[in-house]
Design a protein around this ligand. Sequence first.
Ligand SMILES: [Ca+2]
Ligand SMILES: [Ca+2]
Ligand SMILES: [Ca+2]
Ligand SMILES: [Ca+2]
Length: 235
Amino acid sequence: MTSTMRVSIAMSLLLALAGMSVGCGDNDTTTARRRSSSSGGSAEVIDDHGRCSTDGEGLEVSEYDTSGDENPDVRRVFHRIGEGGLVRLVLMCREADLNGDGVKDVVRFYNDEGRPLREESDRDFDGSIDTITVFQSGRVVRTELDEDSDGRVDTKIYYDERGVTTRTERDVAGRSTPDTWHPDRWEYYEEGRVVRMGTDIDGDGRVDRWDRDSNRAPAPGGGSSGGSGGESTGT
Ligand SMILES: [Ca+2]
Ligand SMILES: [Ca+2]
Ligand SMILES: [Ca+2]
Ligand SMILES: [Ca+2]
């Protein structure tokens, strides 16, 4: 099922980012903010499409190279909290260039406690965000995808506390705007499989047609109609 692939791709991105932080936590080289060099005059500022906010009171920015090409590919922004000997740094934002082209491809934002809130990534490296991961209490609750690469989210996938897909919402007709999510297809899952699908044909936000997994809920008197779904788990 393609949604499973999408989930695994999203997860591998998460793991890649997590791995980077582990590999480099011991020797961060804190550098001057790149953007601040523009106020100094001659230094050329390279736009790496970074989305971490680096300007602000009490922020510390560290950049480091994890790929060995001596170009920093990971940036972390911390909020300095407290004074004197009680100062601690809380991670607010981390972003990384995964393919070494100098453009940041994934950014993750954290709350005041340093727990992840949201991650945005460009997993096909075309310069446009196509995967957004939303966290609650440290776990992934939703993934939002731009599958047709038009710059707008068209699919949202919801997960339960085990990380298993429970529902997807899709905007097949493209009625959504950047401010308004307007899905027209809802897919409901059980044990990782779609068992029920609702479609809003006329775009009024209400389902006009329901399709059900006939293997899971056979029609009265009807035989197996074959088709979708391979595994049968009995009656
Ligand atoms: Ca990149
Ligand atoms: Ca993209
Ligand atoms: Ca789209
Ligand atoms: Ca409708």
